[in-house]
Design a protein around this ligand. Sequence first.
Ligand code: BTN
Length: 328
Amino acid sequence: MPISPNVVHVLRLMSGGEYFSGEQLGALLGVSRAAVWKQLQLVDALGVSIERKRGRGYRLSRHLSLLDVEKILSFVDERTKDHVSELIVETELESTNKYLMDRCVNRDVIHGVVVTAERQTAGRGRRGREWYSPFAANVYLSIGWSFHQGVASVEGLSLAVGVAICEALAFFGLNSVELKWPNDVLVGGKKLGGVLIELAGDPAGECHVVVGLGLNVVMPTIGVDKISQPWVDMHGCGIDVDRNRLIGQLLTRLIVLLSGYEKDRFLPYRETWEHLNAYKHQHVFLVTPMQSICGLMLGVTDSGGLRLEVDGEEQVFLGGEVSLRASL
Ligand code: BTN
């Protein structure tokens, strides 16, 4: 069911953490107490839990900072801001990546367009998986960018994006983050975030890229059984962060990265990526739809290809439908 503007209104009123009586909320919203009760149940169903105290009323169980265009922009570096052509904040979307891909199909310009949403109803993960995207919990962010020299100019981009994410997380004190080729963001071997890059346009000329990233900030307790892999959130790592600030820091780094990528490509990010490599010098399985290869992880090439030692010889594997698992 779509989130009604009234529910968002209730959340904005209560986001400061103060108690509100049923009468107060009714008066502020211009509805009956029974209608207030219904709105509070809808808020609860979104995974935002509400406490009730006799004589005081209702309050949110945790501080809630909803996404806000002005706040996000206030955390973006001034020089970077000029490269953001539009910043769209939605209460809900099917998928922030889909939103930009649809605009591409309609031949709308997506260069520099940034989209984020409080929740995604059909968040896309890699390999056709769903990306669980509960309300006001995490970061779901997509950036549109156009390149002139075809898909070759975006080789290794998802790895470089991983590096930028790690740098933004380090800014908030989260230094234990590692990267799993090609683009999983891990803490202690569990997934903190992921990157999904989608392409449209001419593979040999003007092509459009949608860089989508999801980061677990504070997962609610409901619905997590839908996640099919071990996961972690920033809150669980001891870091509580305002999502507007986090998005501001992510954008500051990602926009700089995208602005220079066609010229610089992956090389300037390679060394840092190698430091963050979760599987360095480990035996891993590379699983493709066709085969499963066991090899020793040597690192990555200048363009972000995976270097594996297989049967004593180095082989390079490029991105695509592959996944990496530590072998026993
Ligand atoms: C992965 O499977 O690791 C990639 C997950 C990418 C999720 C993000 S959330 C924002 C953007 N919109 C989507 O639908 N997917 C990406």
